[in-house]
Design a protein. Structure first.
Length: 139
């Protein structure tokens, strides 16, 4: 009878340790998800990101190719660095519409507080590129 009780106690102990480990790993995963999600949210709120998405949504050729609405992907890649009135941004943003999908590439510098796009183009899944700095209608 004593051996049976000891076996049950060991099982309970192992079960408690297992449950604790699962809870600990779940907490770590949740923390990492919050941090990563926060970073992406901050990146989406930057001026170069917002201005690039605005240019995309207003560019006649891009709108015609992607369709409306144009949606952003979950994960923007790249970096935005600002130091006072100066800065630089290098971004890659997945975008899609009802007709097609692609990637919005952004390269920008900030001088005297104003962002200027050095490169701003949509690369479609087919490989075709549309320069968004040129908003004249396609010929």
């Amino acid at each position: 009878m004593g051996a049976l009780k000891q076996g049950i106690s060991r099982r309970k102990l192992i079960g408690c340790i297992g449950c604790g480990a699962v809870l600990f790993l779940t907490a770590i995963a949740a923390f990492v998800a919050l941090v990563v999600g926060g970073v992406f949210k901050v990146m989406r709120s930057t001026d170069p990101y917002q201005q690039a998405m605005s240019q995309l949504r207003q560019h006649p050729e891009a709108v015609a190719v992607l369709g409306v609405p144009i949606e952003e992907g979950w994960i923007p890649w790249g970096s935005v660095r600002v130091n006072g009135p100066f800065g630089e941004a290098h971004l890659s943003i997945s975008v899609s519409g009802p007709k097609d999908k692609g990637t919005l590439y952004v390269e920008a510098v900030r001088r005297a507080g104003a962002w200027q796009f050095l490169a701003l183009y949509l690369e479609l899944a087919s490989g075709r590129r549309i320069d968004l700095r040129d908003s004249s209608p396609p010929s």
